[in-house]
Design a protein. Structure first.
Length: 156
């Protein structure tokens, strides 16, 4: 993962960190979740951020259980031992919303000014595929449950 400043979506990060490095987001090895949804028309950025927060919460709970650790969630950022584990952003176009959520496998390649940690540095014998599938399946399950809930409620 390597994003040039002109590719960045998060305006706050660009303004806050533009003088710290040419590459503001990078990592040598990550698990990436790329989610594009077309269900809200017009596309709704607020809903995309709700989903991103849900994805971060699900990831926090799964990692805490599977790695037997405590993770701090600040917005959509996850931290272990005051080191960042992930990146996350949501954006929208005219007809879709997109989420990128990346989990560090290792901390190498991350900009020098970022204190980061990778999943393999937390616990070296974890199954990354199992973790990724659990996160994806739980997220999909929650989205399905939300869809089902919206059609069972009587309006007033």
């Amino acid at each position: 993962m390597r994003l040039e400043q002109q590719e960045m979506i998060d305006v706050k990060d660009i303004v806050r960190e533009k003088d710290l490095a040419d590459i503001l987001i990078s990592g040598d090895d990550c698990i990436h979740f790329i989610i594009e949804m077309f269900d809200d028309q017009p596309a709704n950025l607020k809903v995309a951020y709700h989903r991103l927060h849900l994805l971060a919460f699900i990831t926090q709970r799964i990692l805490e259980k599977e790695l037997a650790i405590e993770i701090i969630k600040k917005g959509t950022d996850l931290y272990y031992d005051e080191k960042k584990i992930n990146v996350g952003i949501a954006t929208s176009s005219n007809n879709s919303t997109k989420i990128h959520f990346g989990l560090n496998i290792v901390s190498s390649g991350v900009p020098d000014y970022v204190k980061a940690i990778g999943l393999q540095e937390i616990k070296d014998n974890i199954s990354l595929e199992t973790i990724a599938k659990m996160i994806a399946e739980n997220f999909i399950g929650e989205l399905k449950a939300i869809s089902e809930d919206t059609v069972k409620s009587r309006t007033f």
